[in-house]
Design a protein around this ligand. Structure first.
Ligand code: FES
Length: 114
């Protein structure tokens, strides 16, 4: 369901704090939607900037996810690798309103979630 430029991707209850869920996108990279322990929400392309590890399966701490493959730390706010590591994964602007999550439609490459 779409409201204006925002794509409704469902209830916040779908994601346990400290974990992520994935959202397939037709014709584009899968998106990982993260919920932190502090109930902040972030959406990133689900590919580590190192060797494309599935960030959705990483460990979330504060506003950072640790990639499950080689332990790079990626900022959920900026998509950038932290520390000595260099690289950046695209982020997708999102918002939460009345218990539902919305992605900025124009930022979802292909503009259609499956
Ligand atoms: S693929 Fe993520 S740290 Fe290597």
């Amino acid at each position: 369901m779409m409201i204006g430029d925002w794509l409704d991707i469902g209830s916040v209850d779908q994601i346990t704090p400290g974990t992520a869920r994935t959202l397939p996108v037709v014709g584009a990279d899968e998106i990982a939607v993260f919920r932190t322990q502090k109930n902040e929400f972030y959406a990133l392309v689900n590919k580590c900037p190192h060797k494309q590890g599935p960030l959705s399966q990483g460990i979330v701490h504060d506003n950072v996810v640790t990639c499950p493959l080689h332990n790079w730390n990626i900022s959920l706010k900026t998509g950038e690798a932290l520390g000595e590591d260099k690289g950046c994964v695209p982020i997708i602007p999102m918002k939460v309103d009345a218990g539902r999550m919305y992605l900025l439609r124009s930022a979802v490459v292909g503009s259609r979630a499956a």
